[in-house]
Design a protein around this ligand. Structure first.
Ligand SMILES: Cc1cc2nc3c(=O)[nH]c(=O)nc-3n(C[C@H](O)[C@H](O)[C@H](O)COP(=O)(O)OP(=O)(O)OC[C@H]3O[C@@H](n4cnc5c(N)ncnc54)[C@H](O)[C@@H]3O)c2cc1C
Length: 476
């Protein structure tokens, strides 16, 4: 008998789940239906033409230290098409100008006092406070401390606000005072428990760290943009996958025989043996509410940050250059609209070659900062233009503009997140064959989403195999 499975959400997690199911099923008859609300698969991994060249609207690279996106790309035969970003400097726009990040950072925390002093990122009192780490007594930490609790208690608030939050929090568009250190910077969390002085622990970590060059490039993407990955993954499943684009799932409910009904907003429905729900937590909570209100209640507690990415193309004469580096981050404490600016033309050689325009991507918005959402695209670009003039001396208006709004895009891994995910997974034991996957749970980067989809698929496959075994086993 053919088993049936639904994958809800065609972002990286959902696509990777569907792909894994089709890989592991072998000759076993398994019908996989992918429901995607949008007209395309890929979710936040999206590349569209900008000034005639493919430029990402969401992520523009994946990290290789977590190997899962790289391995998936290899499986799909895409390894020859990787491109590597130029490893230029990153800057901070703070205390009145662009300043190079100090050398010797370990997961966003400095270990070289002279480099920090030279960077001018901290004031003199801020520097002196950071030095107190060497003499302060050990501090008791809660089970799952926040970034600010740990780094702030050792190095002081200024270090958190001006350096650590933009770097560690920036990846999640989050707040150091809320984010769990263990979830966002696990090495730091470990180091914080090792010795009285955090600096000493970090120096040890730094010694053990492999030089990036020894282990290959730290980040990868594709000449066609990162959207090439979901595109090719989707293509690889053509003919085997039952795809329902433009189909928004409303709810999953359980039938008396233990199967599940997947109901869509357009009135269509399917009955399946198992479901992988690979949508953001704020959507998943609605989808599973009737099935498991307890899980829905936990999902409702996962907060999200909305971000806007403005891609701007300038005539080369407008930008004082050459740009040396990958761009800059802006600490929240400086109260700018922009949270980061990536110098795409300087970061990606293939973009430099493809167009004379200087392309930059400005990010706006982070957790509890929604100012960009209350103004029009036009007003947003005008504000960004003023900030680019103040930071980089950009003199003219951009000749190409694209604004991508990502509402509730970044899940916040607040203190207590890991325990919440454990509770959710325990509660899901009550609904065998229903799994959650995606950025909201074990990691928000593309590689972590790929892996989460794979893991959900493997667990579901195990469940289906034992279910089928039980159904076909001879009765005694
Ligand atoms: C601006 C930006 C920059 C980023 N930069 C990086 C980076 O450089 N590197 C990196 O590794 N990560 C980065 N990330 C994070 C990463 O892109 C995401 O966390 C990841 O792609 C999320 O994948 P996902 O499958 O969990 O969710 P999504 O991509 O959100 O996919 C969920 C899918 O579900 C669909 N859906 C929603 N509701 C329903 C419904 N009811 N029924 C059916 N379908 C539904 C959506 O349309 C979507 O396609 C970035 C994210 C953003 C927004």
């Amino acid at each position: 008998m053919t088993m049936r499975v639904a994958v809800i959400g065609g972002g990286m997690a959902g696509l990777s789940a569907a792909y894994t199911l089709l890989q592991v099923k072998g000759d076993v008859p398994l019908h996989v239906t992918l429901f995607e609300a949008d007209e395309r698969a890929g979710g936040k991994v999206k590349t569209t033409p900008f000034a005639g060249v493919p430029v990402d609207e969401g992520p523009d690279a994946f990290i290789t230290r977590q190997p899962w996106a790289m391995e998936l790309s290899r499986k799909l035969g895409l390894a020859d098409e990787f491109v590597v970003p130029d490893t230029g400097k990153t800057h901070l726009w703070t205390r009145g100008r662009l300043r190079s990040l100090p050398t010797g950072l370990v997961q966003g925390v400095p270990t070289d006092a002279v480099a920090v002093a030279k960077s001018g990122i901290l004031s003199l009192p801020g520097l002196l406070r950071a030095g107190l780490d060497l003499v302060l007594p050990a501090q008791a930490l809660p089970d799952d401390p926040t970034v600010a609790e740990v780094i702030g208690s050792r190095f002081g608030r200024e270090m958190v606000e001006r350096l650590v939050e933009p770097l560690v929090g920036g990846i999640f568009a989050g707040r150091a005072s809320h984010l769990s250190l263990a979830m966002t910077a696990p090495q730091l969390a470990q180091a914080a428990r090792q010795q009285r002085s955090l600096l000493y622990s970090l120096l040890q970590l730094r010694k053990q760290a492999q030089p990036a060059t020894a282990s290959g490039p730290a980040f990868l993407s594709f000449r066609q943009g990162l959207g090439y990955l979901p595109e090719r993954l989707f293509d690889a499943m053509k003919g085997e996958l039952d795809v329902r684009l433009n189909t928004r799932v409303q709810a999953v409910t359980r039938l008396e025989n233990g199967n599940y009904r997947v109901s869509c907003v357009d009135g269509s429905e399917v009955i399946v043996d198992g479901v992988i729900v690979a949508v953001p937590a704020w959507v998943a909570k609605e989808v599973v509410r009737a099935l498991t209100p307890a899980v829905a209640a936990e999902l409702a507690q996962i907060a999200y940050a909305s971000v806007i990415v403005a891609t701007l193309g300038y005539r080369p004469e407008a930008v004082p250059g050459p740009l040396q580096g990958n761009g800059f981050l802006v600490p929240r404490v400086d109260k700018r609209l922009m949270t980061a600016c990536t110098w795409m033309s300087s970061k990606w050689e293939h973009l430099r070659r493809a167009t004379d325009l200087v392309i930059v991507r400005c990010s706006v918005g982070r957790y509890l900062d929604e100012r960009g959402w209350h103004i029009s695209d036009k007003a947003l670009v005008a504000r960004l233009q003023r900030e680019l003039e103040a930071s980089m001396g950009v003199r003219e208006w951009p000749v190409e503009v694209r604004v991508s709004r990502w509402e509730r895009a970044f899940p916040q891994y607040d203190a207590g997140h890991r325990a919440r995910v454990v509770r959710i997974e325990r509660l899901l034991n009550e609904t065998p064959g229903v799994l959650l996957a995606g950025a909201a749970y074990h990691g928000a980067g593309v590689p972590a989403c790929v892996r989460d989809g794979e893991q959900a698929a493997l667990k579901l496959w195990q469940h289906l195999s034992s279910k089928q075994g039980a159904e076909t086993a001879p009765s005694r």
